[in-house]
Design a binder for this molecule. Structure first.
Ligand code: GDD
Ligand code: MG
Length: 336
């Protein structure tokens, strides 16, 4: 079965991390997010993936140098300009020559969904498209989906005004599509599958949805990206579980690490204390620093104390600085 994975967004909400690395290439529990996602699709029966992208495609080449991920063939569909989710699906489907039932996945979602079960449900209902749904605390920041008992969708509303959501089940970003869905997506035209296409399929009574309570997270915001990493330390599946400290990290023996993920090629000086944080490959931390609930790609000076900060690859926290709840460099000062 073929899948299209949407990885062409700018990852704006994860700046400054995404100034230098596209969101799906960022590691989650030491493994690039996109590798975890393709592995999940493979377990659900996918053997060919087309990455729909436009932004920084060269980073994906370094993750998949031989255009394979396990036994899955990986190819790229590079949009000449961002076509939004619907235009990107159409563009990638044309590149892949899709003419059978296929899967679409948002490239920033990690889930334990049994994809085979979603495909089975889709085939039994005769739907034109079937969505995976998940319950969330704040549905207003997602696509909210109201379905009847048979799974037929009554309403799809993308990012409704808070307080107006019809229910707490949201679009979890994994879809099964019949090829005729492609006829609803005009070639080369910016189209939002969530705002334009799904409501039209609902009107035709052909959109279905299956809710599950599987592990699910969209890593698109810093708090979620941090949580996804830390969740991998306690993951029950050996396929997901991450090693807390990569063997190739260079930590002084007096460094203390609590509930954190420290990647390869990270250097940390004597006496530094790290808790509830992710240090990404290349991070350099001085001596006697304290890092709490933070994500660090760049540099932290000696004696600095940072809490809830996000430090991009080009970010530098000065020695002895005290920072709480900021991004370094501040997103306004970074490139789009
Ligand atoms: N190729 C391509 N081109 N990909 C795109 C484009 C584009 O123009 N725009 C966005 N994408 C990709 C992003 O890279 C991401 O993987 C996916 O499409 C979804 O975009 P996000 O920006 O992450 O959307 P969201 O998280 O606000 O909302 C979406 O996901 C929610 C679940 O996490 C929607 O699908 C919601 O309905 C859904 O609830
Ligand atoms: Mg997202």
């Amino acid at each position: 079965m073929q899948a299209i994975v949407l990885v062409g967004g700018f990852g704006t909400r994860l700046r400054p991390l995404t100034d230098t690395v596209p969101k799906p290439v960022l590691p989650v529990g030491q493994v690039p997010m996109i590798v975890r996602l393709v592995g999940q699709l493979e377990r659900g029966g996918v053997d060919q993936v087309t990455l729909a992208l436009g932004f920084k495609p060269e980073h994906f080449n370094s993750v998949f140098p031989d255009q394979r991920c396990g036994d899955v063939a990986v190819q790229y569909a590079v949009e000449p300009e961002p076509l939004d989710t619907g235009g990107a699906i159409r563009f990638a489907a044309d590149v892949a020559g899709i003419d059978e039932t296929f899967v679409v996945a948002n490239g920033d979602v990690l889930t334990d969904l049994d994809l085979g079960a979603l495909v089975g449900f889709h085939r039994r209902s005769g739907a034109e498209a079937t969505l995976h749904l998940t319950p969330v605390d704040d549905p207003s920041v997602y696509g909210v989906v109201d379905a009847d008992e048979s799974g037929r969708v009554r309403r799809f509303v993308e990012k409704p005004t808070p307080g107006t959501e019809p229910c707490d089940l949201v679009n979890a970003g994994t879809y099964v599509f019949e090829p005729r869905m492609l006829e609803r997506l005009p070639s080369g035209v910016r189209t939002s599958v969530e705002r334009q296409t799904f409501p039209a399929v609902v009107a035709d009574g052909a959109l279905y949805a299956m809710a599950t309570d599987d592990y699910w997270i969209d890593i698109g915001r810093p708090d979620a990206y941090l949580r996804a990493n830390l969740d991998m330390l306690s993951a029950t599946s050996p396929l997901s579980r991450a090693e807390a400290v990569d063997p190739a990290a260079r930590l002084d023996q007096t460094v203390t690490v609590a509930h954190s993920v420290i990647g390869a090629d990270v250097t940390v000086g004597a006496g530094t204390r790290i808790s509830g944080s992710v240090l990404l490959p290349g991070a350099i931390v001085g001596e006697q620093a304290i890092i709490e609930d933070s994500i660090v790609m760049g540099r932290i000076g000696d004696g600095a104390h940072v809490c809830r900060v996000v430090v991009g690859q080009r970010g530098e926290v000065a020695a002895a600085a005290r920072l709480d709840g900021v991004r370094v460099p501040a997103p306004e000062a970074t490139e789009p």
